[in-house]
Design a protein around this ligand. Structure first.
Ligand SMILES: NC(=O)c1ccc[n+]([C@@H]2O[C@H](COP(=O)([O-])OP(=O)(O)OC[C@H]3O[C@@H](n4cnc5c(N)ncnc54)[C@H](O)[C@@H]3O)[C@@H](O)[C@H]2O)c1
Length: 453
């Protein structure tokens, strides 16, 4: 098939590359000319494992091309994927301006029947709104299909190629057959293609993300309870997840969820409920719980030090991306921790294997920019610091050289926002440990022991 993909971000670029890999002729369009320039040069505008190889192979073999403008060639395409961003505004309302702008840019070039595939996550009812909009603006026949995306950053290529399910929202049998033909090769593992009405398809996406956010917030609240009553979340979690009705996925205590999807999608459901006077309690509670989580962690850090003392501290932070495996720092809980500590006048030395470039952009205009040092490695970041905070669960942070850490960290403490370390092991190196829902392990330092005796 001949396919156009509008928007070449985490979803659009992966979609374009994977569809080309399946043998289709794909043109990827983005308004960001720098992004197109990079792609034409064979460079990746985003980090996603396996994507560079896929893009380069399909580009060389002629199935994948990029452009920042549309032309008459657009009319060769049957399917037009809309994969532009849909961020939420300050009130939690999804901003659909990029969706409509991308549609407007297409209209002058459409001369024959097209199927618009809405991949972007859009508020419930948007497919119907777009249909009305296109009916007014287009002179040709068209169809529209909701096709929400469930890939995860960090494993996006693999998720696209081996989806758990493919959701197709349309009332038109002919369109569902076209979409089934497009995706049939991805479902050999037996996972289903689910065809439903467009409103239900839109709702599946929001309900799934609300459930995932709820799981994160649930385990974080249990961890908070453990912290106060002296239980150990690691043991409690083992006990919970052995129940097959509950399972283990997404039940990891942390400093909260982040990224470009869960925060805005939970906000969108909450906004919808307010707008339609639906008295749903969960979206609101999840939002509140997640907002509180990073503040709770910051208060654990600040209460470790004497109140005035924290101002004079220099602290290393490992991990700024919202999770391991991605360079995406949008709504990253690590950034909330960084902001909170900067406000307390703490000096920070940040390290992340992939996301520092994006992190720098976030703090370029901060009045505390001079209090941040961007380190070149884990060990560079801890030089001359008082403590270490782990915010992201990158694999390479799991087995650090504790002996070196113990000699670098003046206050001999690690604040472990992902529960990566065993406090008992840290104790052997004279390091204290403060985790999420794990009893605090405080190792008495020589100065304290001398003072006692
Ligand atoms: N990132 C994820 O993990 C993920 C997963 C599932 C669904 N989604 C949804 O997919 C959509 C895209 O998300 P993303 O993370 O890929 O966004 P993104 O911000 O990474 O990429 C969006 C791209 O669209 C381009 N763009 C904006 N306006 C355009 C226009 N008028 N014409 C052409 N290109 C335009 C931007 O320049 C950008 O490159 C969102 O609705 C998001 O909620 C994202």
């Amino acid at each position: 098939m001949n396919i156009v993909v509008m928007g070449l971000g985490y979803v659009g670029l992966v979609t374009a590359a994977c569809l080309a890999e399946l043998g289709h002729d794909v043109t990827g369009i983005d308004i960001d000319s720098n992004r197109i320039h990079l792609l034409k040069e064979g460079q990746m505008p985003i980090y996603e494992p396996g994507l560079r190889e896929l893009v380069s192979k399909n580009n060389i073999e002629g199935r994948l091309n990029f452009s920042n403008s549309l032309d008459e060639n657009l009319d060769k395409a049957l399917l037009i994927f809309l994969a532009v961003g849909t961020p939420s505004d300050d009130n939690g309302t999804p901003d659909l301006s990029a969706v409509y702008k991308s549609i407007d840019s297409l209209i002058p070039f459409i001369k024959s029947h097209k199927v618009f595939v809405v991949k972007s996550t859009v508020p419930i009812g948007t497919n119907a709104e777009i249909k009305k909009y296109l009916t007014k603006k287009l002179k040709t026949d068209f169809d529209i299909v909701s096709n929400p995306e469930f890939l995860k950053e960090g494993t996006a290529v693999q998720d696209f190629m081996k989806p758990d399910r493919i959701v197709i929202g349309t009332d038109n049998i002919k369109v569902s057959e076209i979409m089934k033909e497009l995706y049939i090769h991805l479902t050999r593992n037996g996972h289903p293609i689910l065809v439903m009405d467009p409103v239900s398809a839109e709702t599946v996406k929001y309900a799934s993300n609300l459930m995932l956010a709820l799981k994160v917030s649930f385990i974080n609240e249990i961890a908070m309870i453990c912290d106060v009553i002296g239980a150990d979340i690691r043991r409690v979690r083992e006990g919970i997840i052995s129940d097959p009705r509950i399972g283990a996925q997404f039940l990891y205590p942390s400093i909260g969820y982040g990224g470009s999807c869960l925060p805005k999608d939970v906000q969108a459901v909450n906004h919808l409920c307010k707008e339609k006077s639906i008295n749903a309690l969960i979206p609101r509670a999840v939002l509140e719980s997640n907002d509180r989580q990073s503040n709770w962690f910051i208060s654990k850090i600040s209460s470790w030090f004497d109140k005035e003392d924290i101002k004079n501290k220099t602290i290393a932070i490992w991990g700024t991306s919202f999770k391991a495996g991605t360079d995406d720092v949008r709504e990253s809980p690590a950034l909330r921790v960084i902001e909170g500590l900067l406000k307390l006048n703490v000096k920070l030395r940040l390290y992340d294997p992939i996301a520092l470039k994006n992190t720098k952009k976030c703090f370029a205009d901060s009045k505390f920019a001079n209090n941040i040092y961007y380190a070149t490695s884990e060990m560079d970041s801890v030089k001359g610091t008082n403590a270490l905070i782990v915010c992201t669960e990158w694999l390479q942070f799991r087995n650090p050289n504790f002996e070196r850490l113990a000699s670098e960290l003046k206050d001999k403490v690690i604040f472990d926002g992902r529960n990566l370390y065993d406090p008992e092991k840290l104790k052997l190196f004279g390091l204290s440990h403060v985790g999420i829902g794990i009893p605090v392990s405080k190792v008495k330092q020589n100065s304290e022991l001398r003072a006692q005796s």
